[in-house]
Design a protein around this ligand. Structure first.
Ligand SMILES: C[S@@+](CC[C@H](N)C(=O)[O-])C[C@H]1O[C@@H](n2cnc3c(N)ncnc32)[C@H](O)[C@@H]1O
Length: 672
């Protein structure tokens, strides 16, 4: 960790301490126990992805998808020459750069001059690099991250620095934790204030991952969900048959699952209550009279004069004023206050008995002729009831008072439940229960086979599982990121959900090539992830495809890495254009040729890139506001000051920014 800014900061602070102070600090450090997870970070080989260079996106047009096969930058189908079918996002008129493009989420105009505007991304490469790019372009913009990282099963299920990590690797767990730690720390910065990260994990590694998540996302733990991966048992092992996995949920404070709207079915209004429909709720708490002495008392109905005994195993939910010295200090309302507000529902038709003597009462107790609890029929008065004489000579009601829960006072939705391990007699169709349902893991493989013709990817997740998670966790315009995308299941789930509810969710899938020393030419991202998405978008096995409006398109990005010191020489115009389009507009489109490129428009401001400041480009820029009817220009340029002066001299006001500063911002420095 000595390369991180945090470590550098600490070192700088230690510089000022004298020897004695340093010794004291060391002793404190050596003796103080930390609560949490330790792993060996210094002994393991450094993660090859970690370096201080810059990551730049490069659009690979021929591997991108516009829903019409390969579309040339002119927006024409390269084989037929006909205008591309379903060409939303294509330039309307190549001669006139003031075209209209679909507005991405947030209502900003967008688009480059070169062609199709992509709003979905597939990013090829090590996800450490993809995440570094996204930190520069999407910090604070992603609401939902779902990942299904390699589980570190020991069955060589993941690659660290080009070699598979097997069961006998001495630092297996430390490498895995360090590898995930670095990536999760970058991902944390991408979340919006309502953001959530959902992480799939098996039972074996859940505990380690959960402690790691606590470290990276302190205070953000929401809980976990369990899903059944299969119904068949396995002969492996002597004890459990492993049929479940977990999904860990960590979220920022403003996050909430969508849950489900409550239904009014149970709420009625037989007494024409002006507050509207209500439902009778039990008026008791799960504490006994020893645990909550003050909540064990007789309740009195002031209208009828009847008395109701308290269940000694479930006391009243509200205190009585007669037992509270200062009712004003109570946080909840008193029983009397609720009665005054007519929120307590006393039985109208019930048996009422008066025992005139203690003997009469005890005789009734002995023969069981006394009030009982509604479900278990436990007697509410016994010979051991404290102050039994209180009940002599009073009218005692045999019914139970209830709390009137009004529909208007309810939260409008119910949250999903976290577990599928059901209680005996639990009814899943209960309207107060939101159970997420998923098919078994086999669905993932079946879908891959159907889409790609063979089982080219092992253990993909079922699209239904991810779709159900996204249904609960996303809003219709969210960006969904999966940085262990593998075969791209998350992308398919996003499209399926959009088609169901008309949403405009976008996906960002980061997938590695999985190339390694044994298979140097392997490219999982291109040949499985992108190919799957292309076929899903086109429609497969008789299923409808997706229009670009439904998200049926993606840009395929590769990453180029440039040493910071060489940035001025190695960053080319296309890199700059893509990076700025992603940063400012969250879209990708092919850059046009020429000294001035249009990125798009934000409100009334035209965003432009000027790669060469010369007479020709200044003339184009000076004429831009009038020619395109825009009020303001924001221009990224290699020489912003000169450009600004030259334009001002021609009476054109423009905000000119340093292209290099814009490219470097958010790129340097590790997240840790
Ligand atoms: C368990 S699989 C995810 C499967 C995915 N949920 C699906 O349904 O297809 C984990 C994926 O992470 C990928 N992976 C491992 N290390 C990676 C890295 N450093 N960068 C990007 N992807 C990586 C692996 O190639 C593998 O495809």
């Amino acid at each position: 960790m000595t390369d991180s800014p945090r470590a550098a900061n600490l070192l700088a602070q230690l510089e000022h301490l004298n020897e004695q102070q340093l010794r004291r600090l060391l002793v404190e450090h050596l003796t103080k126990q930390k609560l949490g997870l330790y792993w060996e970070a210094s002994a393991i080989e450094r993660d090859a992805a970690l370096n201080a260079d810059l990551v730049l996106p490069r659009l690979v047009e021929e591997w991108s998808c516009t829903n019409v096969g390969r579309v040339s930058p002119s927006g024409r189908n390269p084989t037929s020459g006909a205008p591309a079918h379903g060409n939303v996002g294509l330039r309307d008129d190549p001669a006139n750069p003031t075209y209209t493009l679909p507005s991405p989420a947030g209502g900003r105009g967008a688009g480059g001059e070169g062609g199709f505007t992509h709003r979905n991304l597939i990013i090829e490469g090590d996800n450490y690099d993809s995440l570094r790019l996204l930190r520069a372009t999407h910090a604070g913009k992603i609401r939902v991250i779902y990942i299904d990282p390699p589980y570190n099963t020991g069955n060589k299920d993941w690659v660290y620095n080009d070699h598979y990590v097997g069961a006998n690797d001495r630092w297996r767990h430390s490498q895995w934790l360090e590898f995930l730690y670095r990536r999760l720390a970058l991902a944390r910065d991408l979340l919006t204030p309502e953001g959530v990260i959902l992480v799939s994990i098996n039972d074996e590694n859940r505990a380690r991952l959960e402690l790691l998540m606590d470290e990276v996302f302190p205070g953000m733990r929401v809980g976990s969900q369990v899903w059944r991966t299969r119904d068949t048992t396995s002969a492996k092992g002597r004890n459990f048959s492993d049929v479940h996995e977990h999904i860990l949920v960590y979220a920022r404070e403003a996050f909430a699952f969508n849950g489900r709207e409550k239904t009014q079915k149970k709420y009625k209004n037989p007494d024409n209550d002006p507050r509207g429909p209500w439902n009778g709720d039990p008026l008791t708490l799960a504490f006994d009279r020893i645990q909550r002495k003050n909540l064990f008392y007789p309740v009195h109905n002031p209208k009828t004069g009847r008395w109701y005994p308290c269940d000694e195993n479930r006391v009243w939910a509200y205190a009585t004023e007669s037992r509270v010295e200062n009712a004003a200090t109570l946080q909840a309302e008193t029983m009397e206050e609720w009665i005054r507000r007519e929120k307590i529902l006393f039985p109208t038709e019930e048996r009422v008995v008066v025992w005139n003597t203690l003997d009469e009462l005890t005789a009734a107790i002995d023969c069981g002729d006394i009030p009982v609890t509604p479900k278990r029929k436990r007697p509410l008065l016994t010979r051991d009831t404290p102050d039994l004489e209180f009940w002599v000579g009073k009218p005692v009601g045999f019914g139970r008072p209830l709390f009137k829960k009004h529909w208007v006072d309810l939260q409008s939705h119910i949250n999903p439940v976290s577990s599928w391990i059901s209680r005996i007699n639990e009814i899943y169709d209960d309207e107060d229960f939101v159970v997420m349902r998923s098919p078994q893991a086999g669905e993932g493989t079946e879908v891959i086979q159907e889409v790609l013709g063979s089982k080219v990817f092992q253990y993909p997740k079922p699209p239904t599982l991810i779709r159900e998670l996204l249904r609960q966790a996303t809003q219709p315009n969210d960006i969904v990121l999966d940085f262990f995308a593998g075969s791209g299941t998350t992308g398919q789930a996003v499209l399926e959900l959009n088609a169901e509810d008309g949403g405009q969710r976008r996906f960002i899938l980061c997938s590695s090539t999985e190339a390694n020393t044994k298979e140097p030419d392997k490219n999982l991202c291109r040949d499985v992830c992108a190919e799957r998405m292309r076929r899903v978008i086109k429609g497969y096995s008789g299923r409808a495809g997706y229009t670009p409006e439904q998200g049926g398109e993606f840009a395929y990005l590769q990453l180029d890495k440039v040493e910071a010191a060489d940035a001025h020489f190695e960053i080319d115009a296309a890199h700059a254009f893509q990076l700025l389009a992603l940063k400012r507009l969250g879209v990708v489109c092919a850059a046009s040729e020429g000294a001035v490129q249009r990125l798009g428009r934000v409100e009334d401001c035209e965003l432009l890139v000027c790669n060469e400041v010369n007479d020709a480009s200044i003339e184009i820029l000076a004429a831009w506001p009038q020619r395109h009817g825009v009020a303001r220009l924001a221009i990224y340029s290699t020489r912003p000051k000169t450009l600004s002066e030259q334009l001002a001299a021609r009476g054109v006001e423009a905000n000119c920014y340093s292209l290099m500063d814009a490219l470097l911002s958010g790129q340097r420095g590790s997240a840790i």
